[in-house]
Design a protein around this ligand. Structure first.
Ligand SMILES: [Zn+2]
Ligand SMILES: [Zn+2]
Length: 261
């Protein structure tokens, strides 16, 4: 399973999962031109009809703002859950509904979702090709046992480490914004993501990629240090906000294979 992260942060989120001949875009926070050019930087060409689907997590602009345009440009169906309501993509866009908590398939991939707290109806996803599984949890207000269970059944996951609580507290953001970001329906702090990492120690999860870092209230070094100190035995890395990266989902913990060591 290959993962091409095209953007991760408030300027736009999207990643392409490719496995067994299926290509699935998760989130739609960058436009078709940006998606195509960032994929080209990674040596991937994506034309109309070459994308099997676009799965939306929630309706905030940095995750969903380009959904209609992407679906049109790549002639791909758009997968929405019932919490993403009141959106009217162009008539030419094929909308397919999925229920939160009920697995569905796109080509060779099985997608499972759990609801997570955020100030828009939001899901975390697990994308499984039968051999490897990737978790994606972008905007999350607080860690839930459902989220831990979902990510613990993945080989690798992209999870937000949005802000450092101290930097947020001393930032120039208005109090109402600070409360929104730091509250239980906003975004995970580094410490919360570290706590999540600690709860995932000993699970199937071998790699944790930190994304959706705040430009003003976090630094990659802080996020990495805070999370890695708790997620012992899990490889932790930071995803850049707007330069594309290609990742491999292949590492499975030896004990998960039942090998004698
Ligand atoms: Zn959001
Ligand atoms: Zn976001």
């Amino acid at each position: 399973m290959r993962v091409y992260v095209l953007g991760s942060g408030s300027s736009g989120n999207a990643l392409l999962v490719e496995s067994s001949g299926t290509r699935l875009l998760v989130e739609a926070g960058v436009g078709p031109k940006v998606a195509a050019s960032r994929l080209a930087e990674l040596g991937v060409e994506l034309g109309a009809g070459e994308l099997d689907g676009i799965v939306a997590t929630h309706r905030h602009g940095d995750h969903f703002g380009h959904a209609g345009k992407l679906a049109t440009a790549f002639s791909a169906p758009l997968y929405l859950h019932p919490g993403i309501d009141g959106v009217e993509p162009a008539a030419s866009v094929e909308v397919r509904r999925y229920d939160i908590g009920r697995a569905f398939r796109v080509g060779a991939l099985t997608i499972t979702t759990v609801q997570v707290p955020h100030d828009a109806a939001q899901v975390a996803l697990r994308v499984d090709d039968g051999t490897h599984a990737l978790g994606i949890a972008t905007d999350v207000g607080r860690v839930t046992s459902g989220l831990v269970g979902l990510l613990g059944a993945c080989d690798a996951a992209l999870v937000e480490a949005n802000h450092c609580s101290e930097m947020l507290a001393f930032s120039e953001y208005p109090d109402v914004v600070k409360r929104r970001i730091g509250g239980g329906w906003g975004h995970l702090s580094n410490a919360q993501t570290a706590e999540l990492g600690a709860r995932l120690v000993g699970s199937r999860l071998a790699r944790l990629w930190l994304g959706h870092l705040s430009r003003s209230n976090n630094t990659p070094a802080r996020a990495l240090e805070t999370v890695a100190s708790r997620a012992r035995g899990i490889d932790v890395d930071v995803i850049p906000e707007a330069s594309p990266v290609a990742l491999d989902v292949r590492t499975t913990r030896p004990h998960q294979l039942g090998l004698p060591f």
